[in-house]
Design a protein around this ligand. Structure first.
Ligand SMILES: Cc1ncc(COP(=O)(O)O)c(C=O)c1O
Length: 430
């Protein structure tokens, strides 16, 4: 203290800091001593690769999708809204009210709060009731619950081609054989779905009927009945991932398939993370009959239940005027963004502009010209501070060509022109 003219508090802070680094050893009641030097060698962690064996396919794609970008990067790769579209203050108020309620911190039922389950069941619009629904911490957890609860390792899971890469990854993680069925802008091909059920004996089909990620397609009215029939004929379940409800830009969204399900073949999944904010990790999955009970059990095994305050905040927000305001503001904001992205494509990459403009959702699916490598373009775009996502990981088997997925949810419209200009530059350079 005398030498450095500092207070005892400063000296104590300094000693604590060097003690944490192992330089000084504090012996209570005796004093602080210079620690004995140990011969340090860098840890050899290479044995872990042998112990853990082969990695799991699909893990890398999901980590890449969720990677955080540098602040200067224009994110055309995010499946979530950027902060400007998130109702942060209304959510914050709902969370503060929830956190003050002592009951929010108590142990709740594994299947979740009744009123929240009821909200999700009513959104499905069919025969599902609150008692059929199980609250999960996001859509990804709900998918894991469904694949583990309704199938056993070695079973086949049919998925659309292309489809959400996280569903392919979590299906494989559950030990399932993931088999693709071609889909186009009108959704999955019912004729090929029927033959896939027949040739594989599958009992599970994962499907996004509304504004599918990554291609934005909507299952057409003509195909809806045929798809439900193919599922019923196979004695199978269709897991309807309705993540994009509320993100329709043009016209009215068709009702969920679950609303037309007579005999309990449709398992309904709805997450709030896309529509509200990625941090509102609340979703629900539901099915009638024994399947609903299996989902509840699988959910409990995974991580018991979703945090009470988060569930309370979710239902508080969903039943407040802020929810309606949020929904109505979204439609026009998304239209501005989608149109700005298409205008930018028209200006800088007219040959890549898709013929069909998606009627909602968050994504635009581009087909690259022959001879262009999607991975190279992605790297070249990243070097120009634009994040886009390559097409390969969205296919459970060989892709039919080179693609890119662009998203208009994660960045403001005024950046799109510059982003697509740089993307055109990246394409020219690769
Ligand atoms: C189609 C689809 N389903 C489910 C999820 C999982 O989302 P979350 O766990 O945030 O609800 C995603 C995320 O990208 C998705 O795109």
């Amino acid at each position: 203290m005398a030498r450095h003219h500092v207070s005892p508090v400063t000296v104590q802070t300094a000693i604590r800091r060097v003690a944490a680094d192992g330089v000084v050893e504090v012996r209570p009641g005796r004093g602080s001593f210079i620690a004995a030097r140990t011969e340090s060698r860098p840890p050899d962690l290479s044995w872990q690769s042998v112990a853990l064996g082969a990695g799991r396919r699909g893990e890398e794609a999901l980590s890449t999708l969720l990677a955080m970008h540098k602040p200067e990067t224009i994110a055309l790769s995010s499946g979530y809204f950027d902060a400007s579209l998130q109702p942060a203050s209304a959510l914050g108020a709902a969370m503060a009210r929830a956190a003050r309620r002592p009951t929010a911190w108590e142990r709740g039922p594994v299947e979740g709060r009744y009123d929240l389950r009821d909200w999700f069941a009513r959104e499905a619009g069919g025969g599902l009731r609150a008692g059929d629904m199980t609250v999960c911490s996001g859509g990804q957890a709900a998918l894991a619950t469904a694949f583990r609860g309704l199938a056993a390792p070695g079973d086949t899971l049919l998925v659309e081609a292309p489809t959400y890469l996280g569903a392919i990854a979590v299906g494989r993680d559950a030990g399932l054989r993931v088999v693709p069925v071609p889909a186009d802008t009108d959704g999955v091909r019912p004729d090929l779905l029927a033959s896939a059920f027949e040739s594989t004996g599958a009992r599970l089909f994962y499907c996004q009927p509304l504004h599918a990620n990554p291609h934005g397609g909507v299952l057409s009215r003509e195909r809806r009945g045929e798809v439900l029939q193919a599922v019923a004929d196979a004695g199978a379940f269709l897991i309807e991932d309705d993540w994009s409800r509320g993100l329709t830009i043009d016209g009215e969204a068709q009702r969920p398939l679950a609303a037309d399900d007579q005999d309990g073949h449709v398992v309904y999944l709805r997450s709030l993370t896309k529509l509200v904010a990625p941090g509102l990790r609340v979703a629900a999955i539901g099915a009638r009959g024994v399947a609903g009970a299996r989902l509840r059990t699988a959910r409990g095994l995974a991580d018991l239940f979703v945090a009470g305050p988060l569930q309370d905040a979710a239902i508080d927000f969903l039943t407040s005027p802020a929810w309606r305001r949020h929904l109505s503001g979204l439609r026009s904001a998304l239209r501005v963004r989608r149109d700005a992205l298409f205008d930018a494509l028209e200006r800088h990459l007219p040959e890549l502009r898709p013929a069909t403009v998606p009627s909602g959702g968050l994504h635009v699916w581009l087909q690259l010209p022959d001879g262009v490598d999607e991975a190279e373009v992605t790297v070249a775009a990243a070097a120009r501070d634009v994040a886009v996502f390559p097409g390969r990981p969205w296919f459970a088997a060989e892709p039919p060509g080179q693609r890119l997925r662009l998203s208009f949810g994660g960045a403001p419209a005024e950046l799109f022109d510059e982003a697509v200009r740089r993307l055109a530059d990246a394409l020219a350079a690769s």
